[in-house]
Design a protein around this ligand. Sequence first.
Ligand SMILES: [Zn+2]
Length: 206
Amino acid sequence: MAWDHTTFLIQVALNHLGATPLLRTDGIDGPRTQSAKALQFQELNRSAASRFKNFKHFTSNKGGAIHPIGVVFHHTAGSFVGSLEWCKDPEAKVSYHVIIEKDGSRHQLVPFNRRAWANGKSSFNGRTGCNGFMISIAFSESTYDRELTTLEIESAKELIEQLKKSINLKFENITDHRTISPGRKNDLNPIEFKRLQNALEPIFKL
Ligand SMILES: [Zn+2]
């Protein structure tokens, strides 16, 4: 308890000095928000050994720095190619951090430490504006029209394993668009999201 209180006082002092190492502000690009760790996981896909192909298509559809605490899964509803082109179009003002193709290939549009424009009006655990603190990962087409392929699920699992090493990711902080924007969005199909959760849960029991 005494130690906690001391830590708290140090944190207060640091906040006063504007030198807090725990800066949580969203939407600001600056040296304090570009920590070594954040930059490290921006490069995560490039360096991590992967069973799947990783492509970069960085888009202008992105915002300021974020410190993600979780992951939101989506489906794009449209075809893979159409969705990728849509996210690259500045007029669309839409993007995901990653779109996973049916063969498991991952296409990254936004670095993990920048804001993707995926969620719109949304709230997670009482905190609104999920673009400001969540990583968004999409599958193509509609999960109501088809099941997720084994390769898509394996690729998502591999990516979550990598992200877990870079951010303090908890299983409870993996959600979907339907859950954070209830009544407004229906992705994913609950049956498919459950399949995905079942595949991801063992990662967090290691
Ligand atoms: Zn969505």
